[in-house]
Design a protein around this ligand. Structure first.
Ligand code: PLP
Length: 348
């Protein structure tokens, strides 16, 4: 049985989980408090989150019947995999990518086939196609990819479909930060399932609400795996607030994206650190021990001692020497960068 490791230590500046630095924007916070206050905790919630699905449908321009909502997209991911379990014999994922795909595969006793990326974490569509076994592969493609930050070529999805994948889950957890979406394609091809979440751009990681958009032919099977009442009343109420006026919350994406651009520029200026391009609210960077004067692990520990938590990747050989930092508040980003400048001692 595999398990997804999460940090539980208390930290002053938390830049390790790709949460939204501002959370729900100030304009919506009063409404959020009112909506939560109106929830009747003694009653079961709407069993299939129909109100939330209607709002999501309106936001995305798709029929609400094509949407399945869960307690975070992690839960929906597991529902999707369970719904096709009887027909698949392997899970195909790029390497490196989001760790939960491996956990989901492990929980269903499915072997994982990894498609390697190059040294700059680029993925070749042909390699994806070669890894797929016709009719029996469940493929996860994270677009843009966590933890590397960039989109894989869109042809990777097509290559998986052309090679006969049974299902291709396009994980668009960071989709609101820019780039094109596979939502429309999911209406044309029952094998394309788009996974999304309110945890990132919508600022509701604590609410635990994710969803998928699937073709009418397959959505019933995914929904059948879901437990009734899987999303609590407080979560549904909070989600409804941001989805009633999505443009208000999503206006917060531009400043976060800008802070990521600044972060990349600043990281590039520190000898021994090399950031990768990002279309998300986080940045992956490589630490060259010789030039920076400290290994990635030592840097991670030294930042931790200062109360700053970022993400390291134990047990993933491809990510050795790499760290990931999420966008924080401006003063948090500054303190993080000041720490990096301070700690880097230059050539050893
Ligand atoms: C790529 C990706 N998918 C899915 C998730 C899960 O999000 P949640 O369960 O909060 O919706 C995350 C969380 O970090 C993620 O990075």
């Amino acid at each position: 049985m595999s398990r997804y490791e999460v940090t539980t230590r208390a930290v002053r500046i938390k830049l390790d989980a790709n949460e939204h630095p501002y959370g729900v924007v100030p304009e919506l916070r009063g409404e959020l408090q009112r909506a939560l206050g109106a929830v009747d905790a003694s009653r079961y919630p709407d069993a299939s989150s129909s109100g939330v699905r209607a709002l999501l449908g309106r936001h995305l321009g798709v029929d609400a019947d094509r949407i399945v909502v869960g307690s975070g997209s992690n839960e929906v991911m597991a529902c999707i995999a369970t719904s096709v379990r009887a027909e698949v014999s392997q899970v195909v994922i790029p390497c490196p990518t989001f760790g939960m795909y491996r956990v989901v595969a492990g929980n269903l006793d499915l072997p994982v086939v990894e498609v390697p990326t190059d040294r700059d974490f680029r993925l070749e569509p042909e390699a994806v196609g070669r890894a797929v076994s016709r009719g029996s592969s469940l493929v996860f493609l994270c677009m843009p990819n966590n933890p590397t930050g960039a989109y894989f070529p869109h042809d990777c999805v097509q290559a998986a479909l052309d090679a006969g994948a049974r299902a291709v889950v396009v994980d668009e957890a960071y989709g609101e930060f820019g780039g094109s979406s596979w939502v429309e394609a999911s209406g044309r091809d029952p094998r394309v399932i788009v996974l999304r979440t309110l945890s990132k751009a919508f600022g509701l990681a604590g609410v635990r609400l994710g969803y998928c958009v699937a073709h009418g032919e397959v959505v019933g099977r995914i929904d059948a795996v879901r437990a009734p009442y899987n999303v609590g009343g407080y979560s549904q109420a909070a989600a409804a607030v941001v989805l009633e006026r999505p443009e208000v919350q999503l206006a917060s994406v531009a400043p976060v994206a800008e802070s990521i651009r600044d972060m990349i520029r600043e990281l590039s200026g520190i000898p021994g650190l090399r950031p990768f391009p990002s279309c998300t609210n986080f940045v992956l960077f490589r630490v060259d021990e010789g030039t920076y004067g400290m290994s990635a692990t030592e840097l991670w520990e030294a930042l931790g001692d200062r109360g700053i938590s970022i993400r390291r990747f134990g047990g993933v050989p491809e990510l050795e020497g790499h760290l990931r930092v999420s966008a924080g508040l401006p003063e948090e980003n500054e303190e993080f960068l000041a720490g990096l400048r301070d700690l880097g001692g230059g050539e050893r």
